[in-house]
Design a protein around this ligand. Structure first.
Ligand code: FPP
Length: 239
């Protein structure tokens, strides 16, 4: 069974504030069932909602998901459209259930690529959810190198010529939150694929062969247990 009752869920502590997911493997999940890739994304979106709810119930305060990269535009139009429709439906649902879900939405990436109506919808979703508790970052038309280049433009426009690490962090799309403690990638590949390159400096990584639509609560618990077994020294020595 996917869901445990909220009261039986083991909570995380302050060591694990921010978990980021690279939701890979939707296409292969569909292929294994002789279904079109879009079917994988539909089930990926379903699982995304379950994973968000489960991590939220466990007390994770910030969740980031890689929904669509700057490189994903290279995919066939029907696949891109399917992902965009799922995202659009999710935004509608999230706005309709904003009090119940208690999720603060943020979109990471260059939104200027989207039509004005979509940009309005995104801005509205961020505005109406701004006072909610669980921070959910959805990386959309996101690429980490483009994000860093954009941050350079923002910093250069300030007129200053010397910058601290805090200045750079403050000019990234993630300026509202702490860096990820844990980055999980499903789907078997062991790479970051242009995701949170700056923010990942001291993150712990977990790679699993499980395809995104199959990532369930048991494996999330296992991943979190594994996270707690790591020694995070940040370049220092064990205490
Ligand atoms: C990677 O799997 C997944 C994506 C590029 C899209 C992720 C989108 C969703 C989970 C659905 C929409 C999201 C939200 C937030 C509602 P892949 O297609 O590269 O899989 P493959 O490696 O098996 O081909």
């Amino acid at each position: 069974m996917f869901f445990k009752k909220k009261e039986t869920v083991k909570a995380v502590d302050e060591r694990l504030k921010h978990v980021a997911f690279i939701m890979d493997g939707n296409g292969r999940w569909a292929k294994k069932r002789s279904m079109p890739r879009e079917f994988g994304h539909i089930n990926g979106a379903k699982n995304f909602k379950k994973v968000i709810r489960y991590c939220g119930d466990k007390g994770v305060k910030i969740i980031t998901v890689y929904a669509f990269s700057t490189e994903n535009w290279k995919r066939p139009k029907n696949e891109v459209d399917a992902i965009m429709n799922l995202l659009s439906d999710y935004i509608d649902d999230a706005v309709a259930m904003v009090d119940e879900n208690n999720i603060q939405l943020h979109f990471l990436g260059d939104m200027s690529i989207f039509p004005p109506k979509t940009q309005e919808k995104i801005k509205n979703a961020e505005a109406v959810s701004a006072d909610k508790e669980l921070v959910l970052n959805i990386a959309l038309n996101y690429g980490s190198r483009a994000e860093i280049a954009h941050a350079c433009e923002v910093l250069a426009a300030s007129g200053k010529t010397k910058f601290t690490e805090e200045d750079v962090a403050g000019a990234l799309y993630t300026s509202h939150c702490d860096d990820p403690d844990l980055i999980v990638r499903t789907g078997g590949d062991i790479r970051l694929s242009n995701f949170l390159l700056w923010q990942a400096a001291y993150a712990e990584f977990y790679f699993t062969d499980t395809l995104w639509p199959d990532l369930d609560e048991r494996e999330i618990d296992k991943i979190i247990d594994d996270f707690y077994s790591r020694k995070r020294r940040y370049g220092g020595l064990d205490k």
